[in-house]
Design a protein around this ligand. Structure first.
Ligand code: PGA
Length: 251
């Protein structure tokens, strides 16, 4: 059976005191989850303190971005080996905010994905269409291109060590969630496309949904056959909401 994963994406939020309270609540709220996985992807400076807090728990941690380069004169960048030093399990790559606000194209995203896997970490590869693209009827084409850039560089088998997050850009931080059926349709499109290249990789691939997942819509979304948990932004900063979303994986 494939793994379900709820991962929090804290984005550029938090401080040491708030993080401490948030993690204390999450740790006690998710202790009985066993086969489902929970992770938090946090800003770089907080990784050591988050590691300290979570190392004896069943919650994993990770980063929201990373350099595609191993080391060198790249002022301001962070490498995968540095993340490895702090016990990270996951790195988000290709989040739409990175693609649109920081100019990361599919080639850079694919290089980051490769760097993450090379370090033995698991990439959470984000794909998704804008509202204009959805309205123009090009959703599948856009997502196909985003995925193909990674498959062309890393090979389809690499997806056995990755997580995909389908995040429609129009649903991120807007309170406007894709309906469970809209999300399911795209998850099924992604899985069946990969299945044409490797059926067992497709069957075992964790595909998260992201975009305004809240405590009150997670159960319905996660009940869909091809939705294997979620990538959670805003609601991951509210302990009770995040815990409820984690529990929604069990239904
Ligand atoms: P949101 O963000 O849950 O606040 O919509 C999701 C994401 O950006 O990963």
């Amino acid at each position: 059976m494939r793994k379900k994963l709820v991962a929090g994406n804290w984005k550029m939020h938090g401080n040491l005191a708030e993080n401490n309270d948030l993690l204390n609540a999450i740790i006690s709220g998710v202790t009985e989850l066993r086969s489902e996985s929970v992770a938090v992807c946090v800003p770089y400076p907080f990784i050591p303190s988050v590691q300290d807090k979570l190392k004896k728990t069943n919650i994993a941690w990770g980063a929201q971005n990373v350099s595609q380069y191993d080391k060198g004169a790249y002022t301001g960048e962070v490498s995968t080996t540095m993340l490895n030093d702090f016990g990270c399990s996951y790195v988000i790559v290709g989040h739409s905010e990175r693609r649109t606000l920081f100019g990361e194209d599919s080639k850079i995203v694919a290089e980051k994905y490769v760097a993450v896997q090379k370090a033995g970490l698991t990439p959470i590869l984000c794909v998704g269409e804008t509202l204009e693209q959805r309205e123009a009827g090009t959703t599948e084409q856009v997502i196909g291109e985003q995925l193909n850039a990674v498959i062309a560089l890393a090979g389809v088998d690499s997806l056995s060590k990755a997580v995909i997050a389908y995040e429609p850009v129009w649903a991120i931080g807007t309170g406007k969630t894709a309906t469970p059926q809209q999300a399911q349709d795209i998850h099924s499109f992604i899985r069946s496309g990969i299945a044409t290249q490797n059926a067992s990789v497709a069957e075992n691939l964790t595909i998260q949904y992201g975009g305004s997942v809240k405590a009150n819509n997670a159960i319905e979304l996660f009940a869909m056959p091809d939705i294997d948990g979620g990538l959670i932004g805003g609601a991951s900063l509210i302990a009770s909401d995040f815990i409820a979303i984690c529990h929604a994986m069990q239904n």
